[in-house]
Design a protein around this ligand. Sequence first.
Ligand SMILES: NC(=O)c1ccc[n+]([C@@H]2O[C@H](COP(=O)([O-])OP(=O)(O)OC[C@H]3O[C@@H](n4cnc5c(N)ncnc54)[C@H](OP(=O)(O)O)[C@@H]3O)[C@@H](O)[C@H]2O)c1
Length: 389
Amino acid sequence: MSRQNIVILGSTGSIGANTLEVVGRFKDKFRLIGISAGSNIKTLKNQIERFKPEFVAVYNEEKAEQIKKGLKGTKVFSGLEGVCRLASLRDVDTVVIAVTGSIALLPLLEAIRSNKKIALANKEALVVAGHIITEQLQKNPKSQIIPVDSEQNAIFQCLKGYDRSMINRIYLTASGGPLINCKKSNLKHVSPEHALAHPRWKMGKKITIDSATLMNKGLEVIEARWLFNIPLEKIKVVVHKEAIIHSLVEFIDGSMLGQLAVTDMKLPIQYALSFPERWYNNGQLKLDLSKLKSLSFAKPDFKKFPCLELAYYAASQGNMLPCVLNAANEEAVEAFLNHRIIFTKIPCVIEKLLKKHKDLKNSNRLIDLLELDHTARVQARELIGELAK
Ligand SMILES: NC(=O)c1ccc[n+]([C@@H]2O[C@H](COP(=O)([O-])OP(=O)(O)OC[C@H]3O[C@@H](n4cnc5c(N)ncnc54)[C@H](OP(=O)(O)O)[C@@H]3O)[C@@H](O)[C@H]2O)c1
């Protein structure tokens, strides 16, 4: 394989930093063309010094102006438009989308329209607009999404060579998050610091809170539906505390295939970038099967963690309600992280917003989705304001 020209959207985050490590390990395989951040220009500057990309994009316009000063040899784009420009640069082969939140939607669509190979870590864009993204991929068949999310990456690996008609079920594994052993009655006392202490994965704040509420699995159910073109009722969630099996596929003959590995996001990132090849990697930790005592599996507790059920519900109600689910969740998680609402109010905000929009009609127009996203966020903030009083 010749060198891949690559850009990383969200290079300053957890997935972004891991991707840079993978790029650093395989210097002969990549040319890093561009990186981007929301507003963290301190980390971005360090990355520019180390990797010397030709282009950077900063979403926050003021910070973009600040970083421009003193930068030589690197062109700076700004705003969402700047992030989209980075996603569609002519000489780029691969776009890694490691931005958090549905803000990734427009850059993702830009990358598809520009026929890029996309290593997609972001889940919110597919949750919000899976039908529109699918339609764009059909119009631009040279573009392809390879999932980075460890569960989706596992399924992607298990499905290689199999037709969709041979799938009976998909099992997304859930480590259960930091609150798996917390009593339901104690959830209202959970602080952001407690919820951020994930036992298995070190990730960005938003996804860590999503793991604590199990909304992360709900988002993955919707993500899997679009990525693999699988009906919702065939996608199941199973709690697997050890987080060794990253997900499983059950085929129509009853056989199951799963993907096992250590919990390190660099592995799915590397696979997404090397696909369809596999690259030898002596820096990657390997699983020592002899040290595995047991692997456990259990049903998720839908009562204790209502977000998972809310996600199934939203996804079953047409193509617009997941946008409301996501907007309400993004706003509620931020409010929880800022100590404005308690942990147990996160599902309350989402449920109330879903009820408000229960009669939504389907639409395939991007503009309708963007307007709905805006409205739902305004409503969620109002609701949070009332709950915070
Ligand atoms: N972390 C994981 O292990 C993991 C695993 C599977 C899937 N994912 C998914 O991958 C995505 C990223 O997760 P993460 O944990 O890496 O998040 P993170 O650590 O919070 O990083 C988010 C990145 O997005 C950038 N960003 C934030 N707001 C932006 C905006 N408005 N415009 C442009 N860029 C913006 C951030 O820039 P600043 O640093 O400037 O804020 C940062 O580079 C999420 O969708 C998550 O669900 C993550």
